[in-house]
Design a protein around this ligand. Structure first.
Ligand code: FMN
Length: 298
């Protein structure tokens, strides 16, 4: 899938200043959201190029292997064992990044490119950007290095299939909660390395909005997510650090933005703009404490 994805393009005027790359859902194609554009009230807006790519045609396991347009294979929808093809997610993410680069070459910089997506397309739009958990992992790395620990940050969604932890002394696993679950690629990683993680110094850094709440519902909800993670992976983290994440409305694809507005409203949080709720002082204190516990075992 190194070639540019084909699809439908339309422009609201000459020399577009903005671009929208809009990904359809499972089984649909690029034409799906084209009829929405005339209803967006863009008559007085600057010129926009809409790009509606077609997902590749692949067999979809949860649909009996039927070949259909899909951004990635869904291997299982079973409760507690949901599994998607992480390599497929990565391939589609790279394909969308190539479309973004093409917009850059056509004169539209990243800050004027919007990703939109429905269902699977929304998941790919979200996976295409660096998440808040990556920022938290970067801050943890800095704090651990400052404490004299050699650190090797790894994005498990792009790690080689034969990656192993044998050359490491300890591991911090960081993952966000999305719709009351940790990402499938993180569940797969923890499952593959459960034995190692259980036998070595390790901790789980869980990033969520519920970490902001102090009522029973939030606390029990988080405990439930961690417990389901432990059942799904076979790794029961000895130490779990709950870290408050972020709301980044500027980066959510269209449909996800609507869902996140509802979630934010329910929690009494802002429904516009970007807000970083992470307490970095507390995060760094956790990193120092983890560093001390590794050194104590060495
Ligand atoms: C689609 C989506 C679903 C989310 N679902 C939950 C949830 O069920 N519970 C929760 O506490 N936080 C939830 N959050 C909040 C995220 O955990 C928080 O925004 C975090 O910073 C996301 O990290 P990331 O950018 O690395 O994905 C959700 C966020 C998104 C975007």
């Amino acid at each position: 899938m190194d070639a540019l994805l084909d699809g439908i393009e339309l422009q609201t005027g000459d020399t577009p200043r903005f671009a929208v790359i809009w990904m359809h859902g499972l089984g649909a194609d690029g034409s799906d959201f084209v009829p929405v554009v005339p209803h967006l009230g863009l008559d007085d807006a600057p010129s926009i190029r809409f790009v509606f790519p077609n997902a590749p045609q692949i067999p979809v396991s949860c649909n009996g292997g039927y070949v259909m347009p899909a951004w990635y294979d869904i291997i299982s929808l079973a409760p507690n064992a949901r599994e998607v093809d992480a390599a497929g997610v990565r391939r589609s993410r790279e394909a969308i990044r190539r479309l973004i680069e093409r917009e850059n070459q056509r004169g539209v910089p990243c800050e004027r490119i919007f990703l939109a997506g429905f269902s699977q397309g929304g998941a790919i739009a979200y996976a295409t950007k660096e998440g808040h958990t990556a920022k938290i992992a970067a801050r943890l790395s800095l704090a651990l290095r400052a404490a004299g620990i050699e650190v090797d940050p790894i994005d498990v969604s792009t790690a080689a299939p034969d990656f192993n932890l044998d050359s490491y002394d300890a591991t911090l696993v960081c993952a966000p909660i999305h719709q009351e679950e940790y990402p499938p690629h993180m569940i797969g990683f923890a499952r593959r390395h459960a034995e190692w993680l259980s036998a070595h110094p390790s901790a789980f850094v869980s990033v969520s909005l519920s970490a902001l709440g102090e009522d029973d519902e939030d606390v029990e909800g988080l405990a439930q997510c961690v417990s389901e993670f432990a059942i799904a992976t076979g790794w029961k983290p000895a130490r779990v650090e709950h870290v408050a994440g972020a709301l980044v409305f500027s980066q959510y694809p269209f449909f996800m933005r609507q869902v996140m507005k509802i979630i934010a409203r329910q929690h009494g949080l802002p429904t516009t703009g970007d807000t970083d709720f992470t307490d970095y002082t507390r995060l760094e204190a956790f990193a120092r404490d983890f560093a001390t516990s590794i050194e104590a075992r060495a």
